[in-house]
Write a protein of this length. Structure first.
Length: 767
């Protein structure tokens, strides 16, 4: 009979196409043949009368429930039959069996999950019918050689082989899922080599427009030139350690473009901790490459993955970004939650992190709990994915000096500055005023005193609640200057507009006040005469200081960064900020005369802070999942995804045999992982042109046009915690549009000042 994969496509054609595309994706990782044979087996179960009848009913619009006919387990069983090595069969079996949903734990309750699934569904597999219709020859020796070679490379680099194999399994899964979806949707994969020459010319022309007259200009140019020259270095993992205001964004882009051209790399990926920096970096790149922005650049900062649905619709799944653009700007949350997810919709883009320049901006903001997961992901992408990584910051956290370190290249600094060079960046002085906690009104009065002295002032608070409280207190004082408010409760388009107004006001030298959370303290190119910073980690304070006298507008003397303590500050849900604050207080006590610190003293204080805050927390860096009552670490995500000792012991107790396969707990590890505690989801807010795009999305049926609209909607999203989303759903404040994304009601968003509101908007309060 004629077997179909879908309407107008033969099943054998789909299988062969998927296998070839998956191999193309996986070749760079050294597992091209493994991906090819995995592709051949992935839809083997569709060679049954039952599945073909199900497909016919579905095409006729009759009742056909998704998943009623099993079609993935048959290929997984063929992999088990063909592959005798238990590690390799676990890898291929898991990928094939779950390619439509999510990877499972290899061991559950002392048993192999796949073996149990095959036993439970044995009667529904029609396996003899399947293999009589399609039974490709699987070359075990070829596949096993690729997996064993990955193990040898891991051991030679002192990388945990089990953890690396867990990542390799996810890459194989990514290649298969993306190849399957691309072929199903008729999406042609772009095989053209990236031409970086044009973008390099655009950037060089842009840089030529900068003046090079002041000492600061000359040092920035020196940093930029060193980055350009470093572009010819071998692929590796490098550091870019530059004081705040040193021009890291353009310098790192200059390195990335030169390096990508030298080595024929496919894309540049900026991984950024704060949305405000992402907004600014996107704007900078937009200015550089002009009208070609949409063609080259993808911003993926909010998680507008389709809302869970029971509908089987390859076009709907296509709405999730593949990360196949030339330049990608994303967040650390997106980067890590892609790699440490077990879901097809997220892992689909993992393989496209290969053959890339990965720029990690403001790396000091990496949560301590994620350190070793981050280190191993970057090591994997360099060693196996042929990518280069750059760790950018003014305050390097020395990820190469912890247990399971990131493997920095020889001569890893891209830039070397002399003491004389660093002196140019001494533009501020720190003043510790945190001895007595201050109320919102007192903080507002402190800001007013600075404004009265002619100093535009930036106030940075640790929580959104404190930011709203201080902003309200400043309003009540009737300070009479340009005032702005910035938090992540505002969508990117809203924040950009506020920042543009701020920059315009500051440029015209009007007295200006801004109240913000820490989103503004790193990477945002803005300069105030005074910064008031709620006490936090010393690295955060130094970053905040980079927003003060940034361009040496006051060359006659360093300007003040005032460090305060906020009365009744609530940091119970922000343990990293609380711990950083405590250790900063300790450093201040031990290294007094904060206001006398020069560059060397700050470097010494930061080293001490890292000893107390960063290195003292080594036992947290594997991402602790469970501790005993006496504080002993019982379970970590690193172990769950690596050797998984508890599960292998349970297997031995249950079966009496030693476990010899791949022990990774993909689902348990994914469920436990979150860069931000509580998890976040992007919701569309009714700001500016957002509702026009929502209307277009709801009325178009073209999947590629829908994908383009979703891309446009990225700048109108606000990320909310799952608990907040549940509350908004309960209150009827959000609705689901076209089974794809959440849309916030008008009365829950203030487009003029505050953004997302803690409760519905009452008009008379905002006049």
């Amino acid at each position: 009979m004629e077997y179909l994969a879908r309407e107008n496509q033969l099943l054998i054609a789909h299988i062969e196409n998927t296998a070839k595309i998956a191999k193309e994706f996986a070749d760079v990782f050294g597992i091209g043949n493994t991906a090819y044979f995995t592709g051949l087996l992935h839809d083997q179960g569709k060679f049954t009368i039952d599945f073909q009848h199900y497909l016919s009913r579905s095409l006729r619009g009759e009742n056909a429930r998704r998943g009623e006919v099993i079609h993935a387990l048959q290929g997984a069983k063929s992999a088990l039959d063909a592959i005798t090595d238990p590690v390799v069969s676990d890898i291929m079996g898991a990928v094939i069996a779950t390619h439509h949903n999510e990877l499972y734990d290899i061991i559950a309750e002392g048993e192999r999950t796949l073996t149990k699934k095959l036993h439970i569904n044995e009667k529904n597999l029609h396996y003899e019918e399947v293999i009589s219709a399609f039974h490709p020859e699987i070359k075990e020796e070829t596949i096993t050689a690729e997996i064993y070679n990955a193990c040898k490379i891991s051991c030679s680099k002192n990388l945990d082989p089990f953890f690396m194999l867990h990542l390799m399994t996810k890459v194989l899964y990514s290649c298969l899922v993306d190849a399957d979806r691309c072929d199903a949707a008729g999406l042609l994969v772009d095989k053209k080599e990236s031409d970086w020459s044009h973008l390099i010319q655009q950037l060089e022309a842009y840089l030529d427009g900068f003046t090079k007259t002041t000492d600061l200009d000359l040092i920035r140019n020196k940093i930029s030139m060193q980055c350009k020259e470093s572009g010819s270095r071998p692929k590796g993992i490098y550091t870019l350690s530059v004081p705040t205001g040193g021009g890291k964004t353009l310098s790192s882009l200059r390195f990335a473009l030169e390096h990508a051209k030298t080595h024929g790399l496919k894309r540049i990926i900026y991984v950024i901790p704060y949305l405000s920096i992402l907004d600014q970096t996107a704007d900078t790149i937009r200015d550089i490459i002009g009208n070609e922005y949409d063609q080259y650049v993808l911003e993926h900062h909010s998680d507008i993955d389709p809302v869970e649905s029971d509908e089987e619709d390859e076009h709907r799944k296509l709405l999730t970004s593949r990360w196949d653009s030339r330049i990608i700007l994303t967040t650390m949350v997106q980067f890590l939650e892609t790699i440490y997810s077990n879901k097809a919709s997220k892992l689909r883009k993992f393989h496209n992190m290969s053959e890339a320049v990965l720029i990690f901006d403001e790396i000091q903001a990496l949560p301590v709990k994620c350190v070793r997961l981050f280190n191993n992901a970057v090591n994997f992408l360099h060693v196996f994915g042929n990518s280069t990584a750059v760790l950018c910051t003014a305050t390097q956290p020395h990820l190469n000096k912890v247990k399971r370190p990131i493997i920095l290249s020889d001569n890893h600094p891209l830039v070397t500055l002399t003491r004389s060079d660093q002196k140019v960046f001494e533009r501020v002085r720190l003043e510790d005023r945190s001895q007595s906690p201050m109320s919102y009104v007192q903080i507002a009065e402190l800001a007013k005193a600075q404004l009265d002295a002619g100093k535009s002032t930036l106030i940075i608070l640790n929580t959104k609640g404190d930011a709203r409280g201080v902003y309200k207190a400043c309003k009540s004082l009737d300070i009479g200057v340009e005032q702005a408010f910035l938090t992540t409760d505002m969508c990117p388009a809203h924040r950009i507009r506020v920042l543009d107004k701020l920059k315009e006001s500051l440029k015209s030298q009007k007295p200006t006040l801004c109240v913000a959370t820490q989103l503004i303290e790193a990477g945002v190119n803005i300069s105030f005469g005074c910064v008031i910073r709620a006490k936090a980690g010393l690295d955060s304070i130094i970053q905040a200081a980079g927003r003060c006298n940034r361009n040496n507008e006051w060359p006659e003397e360093p300007q003040a960064v005032l460090i305060i303590d906020v009365e009744d500050e609530k940091l119970s849900r922000l343990p990293e900020i609380y711990e950083g604050k405590m250790q900063t207080s300790r450093v201040f006590r031990e290294k007094n005369n904060v206001d006398k610190w020069d560059a060397e003293a700050i470097e010494s204080a930061l080293k001490l802070f890292n000893d107390y805050y960063f290195f003292a927390r080594e036992n947290e860096m594997d991402y602790v999942v469970e501790k005993s009552k006496d504080g002993i670490v019982v379970s970590t995500i690193f172990d769950l995804l690596g050797s998984n000792r508890a599960a292998t012991c349970a297997f031995q107790q249950h079966t009496g045999m030693q476990f010899r396969g791949l022990p990774a707990a993909f689902k348990t590890g994914s469920d436990a992982f979150s860069v931000i505690e509580g998890g976040q989801t992007g919701i569309i807010v009714p700001y500016d042109k957002a509702m026009e795009y929502v209307g277009e999305f709801a009325t178009t049926f073209n999947p590629l046009k829908k994908a383009k609209i979703l891309k446009s909607l990225q700048k109108y999203t606000v990320n909310v915690y799952s608990s907040k989303l549940s509350g908004l759903l309960r209150d009827g404040a959000v609705k689901i549009i076209d089974n794809v994304f959440y849309l916030l009601s008008n009365n829950w968003y203030d487009p003029e000042k505050l953004g997302l509101l803690p409760e519905p908007r009452l008009e008379f309060l905002y006049k």
